[in-house]
Design a protein around this ligand. Structure first.
Ligand SMILES: Nc1nc2c(ncn2[C@@H]2O[C@H](COP(=O)(O)OP(=O)(O)OP(=O)(O)O)[C@@H](O)[C@H]2O)c(=O)[nH]1
Length: 397
C-alpha cells in the first residue's frame, strides 16, 4: 500500500484569478490535472491501476482510453450524462472503494473532461488523463493550459512513463521527414519521467537510459520504477506550468555544469544529430528591463513566428529554424523582481513571480534546495550551442 507522510500531502486545490461578468477578479479553486504520456506498452495503465487502488485518501478521477483491466476492481458503475447535451451518450464512471473515480475517455475531448469535472465537482480533487501510446502530448497540454483561465482545471504536469528495456530503440527511430518521433516528443514534453520496468534491465543499462532521456530533456525529474510504483508525492502538486515550480528545474549533470552565468550547454551523450531532440540551457545574468524585453522579443520571434531574429549587427540566422517543443525559463530583473517563462510548442507565457510563494511543493526545489539560477531552457529539434549563443547575442548578455 502506498504511504504518504503528513509533509508529503499535496495541496489539492490551486487558487487562480478569474473574472466575473462585471470584470471583477474572482478567486476560485481549480482542480489540478496531470497528463500521463508514454509509448505503447510502457506501463501507463499499470501506473493508473496502482494509483486507483492505493490507500491515499484522495479523490482522483482517472480518465483512461478504456477501462481495460481495471474493470475487475471492485467498483460501482455510474452513468454520467453530458450536461451541455443531455441527449448525448453518457460516459461511464467507476466509483472505486478508495474514493477514486475511473472514467472511460475514449473519444472524449477536453470539453467532455471539463463537463465531467463540472458535474462531479464536489467528488474530485484531482484528474489524471492517460493519453494514447502514440499521442504527441504537446497539443493536448497546450489546450488544457490555454483553457485554464476559463475552465475548472489547471494543468499540474506531464508525466511520461517509458519501458526501460525498449526506450533507447524507440528514441533512436528516425522519421523519413526528419521530424521528431513520438517517443522523443513525449520525453521532450514531460516534467517527470518514470524509467519503468526497471526489473527487466540491469542497473548499468538503466544508467544509459537515464543519460539518453536527459539528452532529450535535461529538465526531467527521473524515477526508476517497477510497475509504476513511486510515492504519489513525486507525481502530484508539481505545478510545472504555473509559477514558481520552474525555478526549481534540475540543473544539468555535474559533468556539464559551469559557473559562468551566461554559459550555454547542449548535452552530447551520444544520440546527437541534426534531427534529434535535445535540450539547451542558457544561464542568464540579472537582466535590466530592456534586456528582459529583448529576451521576450526573441521568444516571440522564435516561438510565435517561427523565425530566429536577426542580430543587432545585421547577422541573419542561416539554416532551418529550430523546432521548439518546450520552453522553460526563470529570469531575475535588476529591480529585484523575477519572471517565470513557460512554453509548449508555439505558445508561451511570462508570469511575474510572486515573491511570497514557495518554490513548489513536491518539486524537489533545485539541487539541495539551493537558490535557483536564472536561465532559459529550450527543448526541441535543431537546438544546439549556436542557438544558445544567438540568444545571448540578441539579448546582449
Ligand atoms: N516486468 C514488468 N512488467 C510491467 C511493468 N509495468 C508494466 N508491465 C507490464 O507491461 C505490459 C504493458 O503495461 P501497460 O500498463 O498496459 O502499458 P500501457 O503503457 O498502458 O500500454 P498501452 O495502453 O498499450 O499504451 C503489461 O503486461 C504490464 O503488466 C514493470 O515495471 N515490470
Amino acid at each position: 500500500m502506498l504511504q504518504m507522510d503528513d509533509d508529503d500531502v499535496p495541496q489539492l486545490l490551486v487558487a487562480d484569478t478569474n473574472f466575473d461578468a462585471a470584470g471583477r477578479p474572482l478567486e476560485r479553486p481549480k482542480v489540478p490535472i496531470t497528463l500521463l504520456t508514454g509509448y505503447l506498452g510502457a506501463g501507463k495503465s499499470t501506473l493508473l491501476e496502482y494509483i486507483l487502488t492505493a490507500e491515499h485518501g484522495y479523490r482522483i478521477a482517472v480518465c483512461m482510453n478504456d477501462f481495460g483491466d481495471t474493470t475487475d476492481i471492485e467498483a460501482k458503475s455510474l452513468q454520467l450524462s453530458n450536461p451541455s447535451d443531455p441527449n448525448a451518450p453518457s460516459s461511464s464512471l467507476l466509483a472505486l472503494p478508495n474514493g477514486c473515480l475511473c472514467c472511460s475517455v475514449k473519444d472524449m475531448g477536453i470539453a467532455a473532461i471539463e463537463d465531467m469535472v463540472a458535474s462531479q465537482r464536489d467528488k474530485i480533487d484531482w484528474v489524471v488523463v492517460e493519453l494514447t501510446g502514440l499521442a504527441d502530448p504537446a497539443p493536448i497540454a497546450k489546450d488544457f493550459w490555454a483553457n485554464e483561465e476559463m475552465g475548472d482545471l489547471v494543468l499540474d504536469s506531464v508525466i511520461c512513463v517509458v519501458d526501460s528495456r525498449n526506450v533507447l530503440k524507440q528514441l533512436a527511430e528516425e522519421r523519413e521527414d526528419g521530424a521528431p518521433n513520438e517517443a522523443q516528443k513525449q520525453v521532450a514534453c514531460a516534467d517527470v519521467i518514470l524509467l519503468n520496468k526497471a526489473d527487466l534491465v540491469p542497473a548499468a543499462e538503466l544508467d544509459n537510459v537515464a543519460a539518453a532521456v536527459a539528452d532529450v530533456n535535461s529538465t526531467l525529474r527521473v524515477h526508476r520504477t517497477v510497475r509504476g510504483n513511486v510515492r504519489l508525492a513525486e507525481l502530484f502538486d508539481l505545478r510545472a506550468f504555473t509559477s514558481p515550480a520552474v525555478a526549481a528545474l534540475p540543473e544539468p549533470e555535474a559533468c556539464c555544469a559551469e559557473d559562468d552565468h551566461a554559459h550555454t550547454h547542449a548535452h552530447a551523450h551520444g544520440m546527437k544529430g541534426p534531427n534529434t531532440v535535445s535540450t539547451i540551457t542558457v544561464h542568464l545574468p540579472t537582466l535590466p528591463t530592456d534586456k528582459f524585453e529583448r529576451l521576450n522579443a526573441f521568444l516571440e520571434s522564435l516561438l510565435w513566428n517561427g523565425t530566429v531574429p536577426t542580430l543587432p549587427g545585421g547577422k541573419a540566422w542561416e539554416g532551418a529554424t529550430p523546432d521548439i517543443l518546450r520552453t522553460k525559463g526563470y529570469a531575475v530583473l535588476a529591480d529585484g523582481s523575477a519572471r517565470v517563462i513557460q512554453g509548449v510548442a508555439d505558445l508561451f507565457e511570462v508570469r511575474t513571480l510572486d515573491p511570497t510563494a514557495n518554490a513548489g511543493a513536491g518539486a524537489g526545489a533545485g539541487a539541495g534546495g539551493a537558490e535557483p539560477r536564472p536561465k532559459i531552457v529550450f527543448i526541441g529539434r535543431g537546438v544546439d550551442e549556436t542557438l544558445g549563443e544567438w540568444v545571448r547575442a540578441y539579448v546582449g548578455v
